[in-house]
Write a protein that binds this ligand. Structure first.
Ligand SMILES: [Zn+2]
Length: 324
C-alpha cells in the first residue's frame, strides 16, 4: 500500500480519530506509588532532589496513603529507614521496624490497598551495601538468610507482595521457601530481576539514606551494557518462584522491558526511578519542559515498551491527569 492510496495522516486529523486508533493506554490500575517511611511521629521531610517526595513517619504516611487510595491507585511500595544502622542491617527484619509498622497500619485502615514492600539491606546497614560484608565484598549466600527473614517479617505484617531489590543470586528461591514454610503461600514475589547499576538512582539515595560508604554496587547490580544477561536473570527469578518481574530503571532500558515482555509469561513491572523523576521536575522548574506533558509521554513510553505496571513517584500526578 503506497501513497497516494494510503495516507496515514487521515487518522491524525481530529482527536476522536486519534483516540480510535491509539494503540497504548495508561490506566490508574497500572500505577504503583513508592513511599518512604521512617521512625518517629509527625515527620514529613521533603527530599530536596525529588520535589513532591517526602520521608514520612507512620502517622503522616497514612494521610499520604489516604490521598493515593482516594485517587484509586491500587498499590503502594514501601521503603524503610531504620532508627539505627548496624553492620548486619538488623532493623530490616525487626517487628517494630518502620516498614513492618506501616504495613500493619495501612492494612488495618485500607485492607484492599495492595502493599508491596521493598526487601533490601542497604537502608539498614552501616556500610550502605545491599548485603552482609565479608571483607570488602558482599557475601551472597550469607545475605540470603537475612533477606528471607526480612521478607518474612514484611509478609507477617500483612504485605501482599515482597519485592527483593538486592540482586543477590538465589534470593527469590530463599524468600519463596521461607514464606511457604511459614504458611504464607499467598504472599507473592515481585522480583527486581533486571536491576541495573545506574546513575539514575542518585536522588533515591537521599530519600532512603542508602548510599554505600565505600565502593559501589557494580559487583551485584547489572552492567548497563547487558541485555542477554537480563534475560538470564529474569529466567532464574521465574524458576525460583517470582510472580512478577521488574526492570529498573525504566527509561534508559525500554528495550529490556520489551524483551522481557516478549520472552516471558509473567507480568512485567518497570521502575520509573528517582533520577528519571528528578530530571523532569528540574527541567520543568526551570520552564524548559512542560511537566505534565513529558510525564505522560514518559509513562506511555514505558507502557508501550511492554510494562504492565509502572512504579513511579508521579503516580498521584498521573492519576489526577487520568481522572480529568
Ligand atoms: Zn539495596
Amino acid at each position: 500500500m503506497y501513497f497516494p492510496v494510503y495516507r496515514p495522516r487521515r487518522f491524525r486529523r481530529t482527536e476522536n480519530l486519534r483516540r480510535m486508533v491509539r494503540e497504548t493506554s495508561l490506566r490508574v490500575d497500572q500505577l504503583v506509588y513508592p513511599l518512604f517511611v521512617m521512625p518517629g511521629k509527625g515527620v514529613k521531610n521533603p527530599v530536596p532532589s525529588m520535589p513532591g517526595v517526602h520521608q514520612f513517619s507512620v502517622d503522616t504516611l497514612l494521610k499520604e496513603v489516604k490521598s493515593a487510595a482516594g485517587l484509586n491507585i491500587p498499590a503502594v511500595l514501601l521503603f524503610g529507614l531504620p532508627s539505627a544502622k548496624d553492620e548486619w542491617g538488623s532493623e530490616a527484619h525487626a517487628e517494630s521496624g518502620a516498614v513492618q509498622q506501616a504495613t500493619r497500619a495501612i492494612k488495618d485502615r485500607y485492607p484492599d490497598l495492595v502493599v508491596i514492600t521493598d526487601v533490601c539491606l542497604c537502608e539498614y546497614t552501616s556500610h550502605g551495601h545491599c548485603g552482609l560484608l565479608k571483607g570488602k565484598e558482599v557475601d551472597n549466600d550469607a545475605t540470603l538468610e537475612v533477606l528471607a527473614k526480612t521478607a518474612l517479617s514484611h509478609a507477617q505484617s500483612g504485605a501482599d507482595l515482597v519485592a527483593p531489590s538486592d540482586m543477590m543470586d538465589g534470593r527469590v528461591g530463599a524468600i519463596r521457601e521461607a514464606l511457604d514454610e511459614s504458611g504464607l503461600d499467598q504472599v507473592g514475589i515481585l522480583a527486581y530481576s533486571a536491576k541495573y547499576c545506574s546513575g539514575f538512582y542518585g536522588p533515591f539515595r537521599d530519600a532512603a539514606d542508602s548510599a554505600p560508604q565505600f565502593g559501589d554496587r557494580r559487583a551485584y547490580q547489572m552492567d548497563m551494557a547487558n541485555s542477554e544477561e537480563a534475560m538470564r536473570e529474569v529466567a532464574l527469578d521465574i524458576e525460583e518462584g517470582a510472580d512478577m518481574v521488574m526492570v529498573k530503571p525504566a527509561l534508559p532500558y525500554l528495550d529490556i522491558i520489551r524483551r522481557v515482555k516478549d520472552e516471558f509469561d509473567r507480568p512485567v513491572a518497570a521502575y520509573n526511578v528517582s533520577g528519571e523523576y528528578a530530571m523532569i521536575k528540574a527541567a520543568a522548574a526551570n520552564g524548559w519542559l512542560d511537566e505534565q506533558r513529558v510525564m505522560m509521554e514518559t509513562l506511555i513510553a514505558i507502557r508501550r515498551a511492554g510494562a504492565d505496571l509502572i512504579l513511579t513517584y508521579f503516580a498521584k500526578d498521573a492519576a489526577k491527569v487520568l481522572r480529568a
